[in-house]
Ligand binder design. Structure first.
Ligand SMILES: NC(=O)c1ccc[n+]([C@@H]2O[C@H](COP(=O)([O-])OP(=O)(O)OC[C@H]3O[C@@H](n4cnc5c(N)ncnc54)[C@H](OP(=O)(O)O)[C@@H]3O)[C@@H](O)[C@H]2O)c1
Length: 279
């Protein structure tokens, strides 16, 4: 029987994950199906349970369920030790985007950080070492990428619309042994420029722009929006203020490739797939 996988989110109709995984399957000769599933905002755990009962092998998790996915795996692991657990990457992020189902337990991982770092360093050719990075957002995506960025030896600043969540995020990273600065924008007294600004907010979904000062981009800066599929106000703003701009399609393909590897033990070649999706 064909092995079934899915991505769970809300909203989910825009997701390119089914297309990407079908391209991976064709490229690597793996016999799988992959679909997008809309879960009610209060129905994530029930949706996972239904998929497990129906024999699915695993799922990806997207907005807004990544923190809940991590908690689900952690609680299940506590009830069924020693089997099943969040990986170190998921624990560091307190968020999971890749679940692998077993009969009595679930493994949970987080491939977002690996996906982002691979896309920026290998595909876009931008070294993160020593760069001043502003990471905007304090949701599942931001938590997923922060530690991998720090491990690439970048200087990380974080900012978020709700400042208390940025403080909690900094505290969390502090507990992991990393000092990060919270950047409250726009703050005239604390003007800074960054080499890389990553928009890890969902502001683009509602066509909104996080409140950024116009002179925030250092010369040659890269503005990276995790959203993909269209130019967001953040991307437009960055372009108008002299930054290079990238969307999140490359990250999407790279994090998906890492999930595919976790499930299937085969690593797809991502570059031709990113190129094909762009055309
Ligand atoms: N390309 C990829 O592979 C990839 C991977 C992961 C995520 N993403 C994208 O990344 C985005 C965030 O995902 P997530 O899982 O972190 O979502 P999430 O957990 O729901 O967090 C959303 C974040 O966006 C902020 N935000 C929402 N609307 C905003 C606005 N109008 N202005 C400023 N900040 C705003 C929230 O701030 P508050 O704390 O103030 O609410 C929060 O920090 C989504 O667009 C998702 O599609 C892409």
């Amino acid at each position: 029987m064909i092995d079934r996988y899915a991505v769970i989110g809300n909203p989910i109709a825009h997701s390119k994950s089914p297309l990407i995984h079908s391209m991976f399957a064709a490229q690597t000769g793996q016999d799988i199906s992959y679909e997008a599933i809309l879960a009610p905002l209060d129905g994530f755990a029930a949706t996972v349970e239904r998929l497990r009962k129906e024999g699915y092998k695993g799922c990806n998790v997207t907005v807004p369920f990544k923190f809940e996915a991590y908690e689900l795996v952690r609680e299940l692991a506590e009830r069924t030790p020693p089997a099943g657990a969040p990986t170190q990457r998921a624990t560091n992020a307190r968020a999971a985007n890749t679940l692998k189902f077993h009969e009595n337990f679930i493994d949970g991982d987080n491939t977002d950080g690996t996906g982002l770092v691979r896309n920026i360093e290998r595909i876009l050719g931008v070294s993160l070492h020593g760069k001043r990075i502003l990471l905007i957002g304090a949701g599942g995506a931001a938590y997923g990428v922060a530690l991998p960025l720090l491990l690439a030896e970048a200087h990380l600043f974080i900012a978020n619309r709700t400042p208390e969540k940025a403080d909690q995020f900094a505290l969390h990273l502090g507990k992991l042994g990393h000092v990060v600065n919270v950047y409250n924008f726009p703050n005239e007294a604390d003007r800074k420029q960054f080499d890389l600004i990553i928009n890890a907010t969902s502001a683009g979904l509602s066509n909104e722009l996080p409140p950024l000062p116009a002179d925030i981009f250092a010369p040659g800066a890269l503005a990276y929006d995790m959203m993909y599929g269209r130019e967001t106000p953040f991307m437009r703003f960055a372009r108008e203020h002299g930054a290079q701009v990238a969307d999140g399609l490359g990250m999407l393909v790279e994090q998906a490739a890492e999930a595919f590897y976790i499930w299937r033990g085969v690593r797809p070649d991502t570059a031709p797939i990113i190129a094909a999706l762009r055309t």
